[in-house]
Ligand binder design. Structure first.
Ligand SMILES: [Zn+2]
Length: 321
């Protein structure tokens, strides 16, 4: 039977998907300068969400994607949490559980399994420890000289021009992040990030990782209580910047990780690290029957107009609190 076009036209098929990273009591934490949402603001945001929106679970979105006649509740909202931080168990989970809200959580498998601090997080904690970002950038640019004999590096000027102004970060911070996340050759940036983290934050990466990320038991517990656990890749790289076979390996290894929690079944989801995806990655996901994918394109999602594998998400900073 075909859906009634008049009914379909008036149906609510739009959903606000919100993206969170750190959510913690920043003032009472060891790194108060880390860029995150404070516990107070999160509580206020949940109050606002419950007053103005209807929190939905991923299953509700999947159901709406499956059937064109499935209406979503008024002002639906889905909460998603990236990177698998311990914050999500210690701070977020109890509050969601108490309010009956089902969130989606996307841990990076390697960080959880092997107690490795992701490069993206090392950079954040270095920046939270060293107030002078310009001095850090100078330190990075100066250290490039020792790698020039082995790697085809660009000039200092062209590295300084890799980024323009940005919404949340100063220019030197965004240049630093771009260089250390993807501009420099992989072995060079890994080494530089490793050194900065050891010098400014801690030399004990494994202990830091154990504090920073969820444990497998915590993930299993959250899933047991109705939270959705999805893929955020294995090593949290820009998936659109690696070859196809490496993309497939990232996806398959992250699926293996999800399988240990029973979370790799027919409702599995993908949350692209840094929002990075391309056609070859989407084909890999389709071949593995991935149902839904989350980007970082900041707008409200439209179940009918958007592709299920590239749903947009707004940042928590764009929600009032
Ligand atoms: Zn991430």
């Amino acid at each position: 039977m075909h859906p009634d076009p008049l009914k379909v036209a008036s149906m609510n098929r739009r959903v606000t998907i919100v993206m969170y990273h750190y959510v913690r009591d920043l003032a009472h934490s060891r790194f108060p300068r880390i860029k995150g949402l404070s516990l107070d603001r999160f509580r206020r945001q949940l109050d606002h969400i419950q007053q103005s929106y209807t929190p939905v679970a991923l299953e509700d979105i999947l159901e709406a994607l499956r059937s064109p006649e499935q209406e979503l509740p008024p002002n639906p909202i889905l909460l998603t949490f990236d990177d698998g931080y311990n914050d999500h168990f210690a701070t977020v989970f109890p509050l969601l559980d108490a309010r009956g809200i089902k969130g989606c959580f996307f841990p990076a498998a390697e960080a959880v399994l092997w107690h490795k601090v992701l490069d993206v997080n090392k950079i954040q904690f270095v920046l939270a420890t060293v107030p002078d970002a310009m001095a850090l950038l100078e330190q990075v640019l100066a250290s490039l000289d020792e790698f020039r004999a082995y790697y085809p590096l660009k000039t200092r000027e062209s590295y300084l021009a890799v980024a323009a102004d940005h919404r949340y970060d100063s220019r030197e911070v965004i240049v630093l992040k771009r260089l250390l996340q993807r501009e420099l050759p992989e072995p060079v940036r890994t080494e530089i990030v490793h050194r900065l983290f050891a010098e400014h934050v801690t030399a004990d990466e494994a202990a830091f990782a154990c504090e920073l990320y969820l444990s497998t038991d915590q993930i299993a517990c959250m899933r047991h209580h109705g939270m959705h656990i999805g893929s955020h890749g294995y090593t949290h790289v820009w998936l659109n910047h690696i070859p196809e076979d490496a993309q497939a390996a990232e996806v398959d290894r992250s699926l293996e990780f999800l399988r240990t929690f029973g979370a790799a079944g027919d409702t599995w989801s993908m949350c692209y690290p840094y929002g990075g995806f391309n056609d070859s990655l989407l084909a890999i996901l389709r071949a593995r029957r991935c149902r839904v994918g989350f980007t970082v394109e900041p707008r409200v999602a439209d179940i009918d107009a958007d592709s299920p594998l590239t749903l947009p998400r707004i940042d928590t900073n764009d929600l009032p609190s």
